[in-house]
Design a protein around this ligand. Structure first.
Ligand code: NAD
Length: 354
């Protein structure tokens, strides 16, 4: 009998603390808590961008860094990039505002910490971190993404191709034209995704907690609604593109869309919800595969010999996500596991073989 595509290698525990390195330090200039989590360097130096966010506690920031860095390990492995997974979190207090001088100090502190890890961690720009911040980081370390690049459109493109694969799996047709799709969170990823979908002839339902994003809905002729309504709307695809944890047990029960495919990292509040979604016949596209386009672009810029080569490679790999996601869906259906479980096992197999 042919060996199951999912057989054999052990995969890392789903929610365990199996990280290689965790550094937590108060910045010596800024006095702001900086967390760097290196989940794995089995495939290469860990890559994962830097998030600057307000957290209720340091523990919450550490937890976020641990989960996000683990997801990066899977993202790199699934994307076929020879890099490990890491993530950093700059933990602002609730309600804190940074004046320009303290902000610069924070990113200097952070750049020095990254440099101190000697290449075991390579950083970049995530939510709350700006291109100017990346420029400050780059003054202290080489282990940072190229300055002045925008990964949002690349992540959006990957989500778009992943949606086509999901549509093909569920409706037997990859075309998104005339489909109804809800996008929640209209920032760098969700905003670009909405534009791609509008160009493809999708009927859009858009939502964000920031009322200013309503202008995009008006521009694209989309319907504007609240995030809660959009998440549970009766549409063909729901695309969570804000922060993680948006899909909890209550949302799983309330969902009325056959597909969830978005750009946010760690969309499920608990990984076990993947099985609950499957039980409800809802296809959940693993986030670390669907949103890999931004990472693929950063990695291509890092490893290719010039920008043109990097763009060509990133374009090919991002488009390839459609076939890859389709294959995942088929394997998951054959094996009677969720697509998330299938993706984790396949990525885990690549890591275990390294
Ligand atoms: P962003 O800060 O540009 O945009 C986030 C948007 O979500 C903002 O408009 C914000 O107002 C909105 N938002 C926040 N909380 C919300 C809520 N509860 N309901 C509705 N809207 C809400 O961030 P981004 O770069 O677009 O990233 C979005 C997600 O995608 C994050 O989870 C990020 O980790 C992930 N991601 C980003 C990239 C990238 O290249 N930018 C790549 C892969 C994954």
């Amino acid at each position: 009998m042919a060996q199951s595509a999912l057989a054999a290698p052990q995969i890392p525990p789903i929610n365990g603390f199996d990280h290689e390195e965790l550094v937590v330090r108060a910045g010596r200039r800024s006095d702001i808590t900086i967390v760097i989590a290196v989940h794995s360097t089995r495939l290469g130096g860990a890559m994962g961008a830097c998030r600057t966010w307000r957290y209720p506690s340091r523990a919450a920031a550490i937890q976020d860094a641990l989960r996000l860095s683990e997801a990066m390990t899977y993202k790199a492995a699934a994307a076929g990039v020879d890099a490990g997974g890491g993530k950093s979190v700059l933990c602002l207090a609730p309600g804190a505002e940074l004046d320009p001088a303290r902000r610069q100090n924070l990113f200097r502190d952070f750049g020095e910490m990254v440099e101190g890890l000697d290449g075991r961690y390579f950083t970049g720009q995530d939510v709350g971190t700006t291109p100017d911040d990346v420029t400050v980081i780059a003054e202290s370390t080489r282990h940072v993404q190229q300055t002045g690049i925008d990964t949002g459109p690349w992540a959006a493109k990957g989500v778009y191709y992943s949606m086509r694969a999901c549509a093909n799996h569920v409706f037997g047709d990859p075309s998104l034209a005339s489909r109804q799709i809800a996008v929640i969170g209209l920032g760098a990823v969700g905003g670009n995704l909405a534009r791609l979908l509008a160009d493809a002839g999708v009927h859009l339902l858009l939502a964000d907690i920031d009322e200013r994003r309503r202008a995009l809905a008006d521009e694209l002729g989309a319907t504007w609604t609240t995030p809660t309504e959009a998440l549970t709307a009766e549409v063909d695809i729901v695309a969570p593109c804000a922060l993680g944890g948006m899909i909890d047990a209550a949302v799983v029960d309330a969902l009325r869309s056959p597909i969830v495919c978005g750009g946010a990292n760690n969309q499920l509040a608990d990984l076990h919800l993947a099985a609950d979604l499957m039980a409800r016949n809802i296809v959940y596209a693993p986030d670390f595969v669907a949103n890999a386009g931004g990472f693929i672009y950063v990695a291509a810029l890092r490893f290719a010999s010039d920008t043109a080569e990097a763009v060509t490679e990133a374009e090919e790999r991002t488009q390839h996500l459609e076939g890859q996601m389709g294959q995942l869906m088929s394997i998951a259906a054959d094996e009677r596991v969720s697509p998330l479980e299938a993706a984790r096992q396949l990525a885990g197999a690549r890591i275990a073989a390294a």
